[in-house]
Design a protein around this ligand. Sequence first.
Ligand SMILES: [Zn+2]
Ligand SMILES: [Zn+2]
Length: 364
Amino acid sequence: MQKIKAAVCRAFGEPLVIEDVHLAPPGTGEVEVTLDAVAICHSDISYADGAWGGFLPAVYGHEAAGVITAVGEAAGDFKVGDPVVVTLIRACGSCPACAGGQPTICETPYDNVKGPLKTGDGGQLEQAMACGAFAEKVVVSHRQIVKIPDDLPKELASLLSCGVITGVGAAVNAAGVRPGQDVVVIGAGGVGLNAIQGARIAGARRIVAVDMTEEKLEIAKEFGATHGVLAGLDQPWKAAYRALGGRGADAVLITVGAVPAYDQAPRYLGRGGKAIMIGMPHSGDMASYEPVVLAALGQGIVGSKMGDVVIQRDIPWMVDLYKQGRLKLDELISGRWSLDQINEAIADTKTGSAKRNVILFDRT
Ligand SMILES: [Zn+2]
Ligand SMILES: [Zn+2]
């Protein structure tokens, strides 16, 4: 066990506490990654606020990048010094879901509480989302990480591990957007902007962003939205129809957690269209829809976790698209913070105006 600094959640809804915690060495199939950057995602905030329950104390954080500093037995071809992205997708590789090409819904459970973390006094400490990346180091499965080029800045790489793959993957993998299709993206935040650029990369004809403020709609256009609709309008889907030449969308990507967005999403769809649920509402939240409309118009509603990505397949092409100037990463970062400032960074994320806030670790 070694001592590392981590931001620990001791009570839901309370500020995180910076503490010394213990991290076990990597076991079979695992690696230790010393982190350079971890971005703050709304999922971290939902957990810290208690929206989804779970064990306490816990260390959240799951959008990370760093360098491998120790390798366990049978951990693939990874070696010390490799720069990597760390994701929360802890897939076994052999269950029916993994074997069927959907590691994001791996069926093999992993016990986060019995993971590599312990509190300073040796008590149980949850490695939330199988990452626990609000910490100087993580120990994770080698299946959760992907090698990245040395020259890709870690603060940009960290974004690839959740917000980018979730948004771009939802458009490309879950919705399967084809050239010429029309897409509506509800929410232009960290995931929504990536769903927008995913639809652009896939060749969408028109991309309508829906959000609460003109400012966010303007940012959406920088990422590829061709039109913007204010979510606060009475029947905002009618404004989207107008933008789409009088018809509904082929795909609606719901990237927020607010229930009204889920209730309204099918209204934006055209015949044969699909609504993709990407955001993560609180446990117990319910949405409603009119089955006869979906049946008569051949529409669908489907969930998508982490953009249905296969990280070893999808992250390398996203890195290449970034290098070619076809995927925006720099523009996603709205603030840089130290681990000591994490509660301020979280508060800033909660205002809803931030894109992605990134914690940078001082490794000098
Ligand atoms: Zn996330
Ligand atoms: Zn599996």
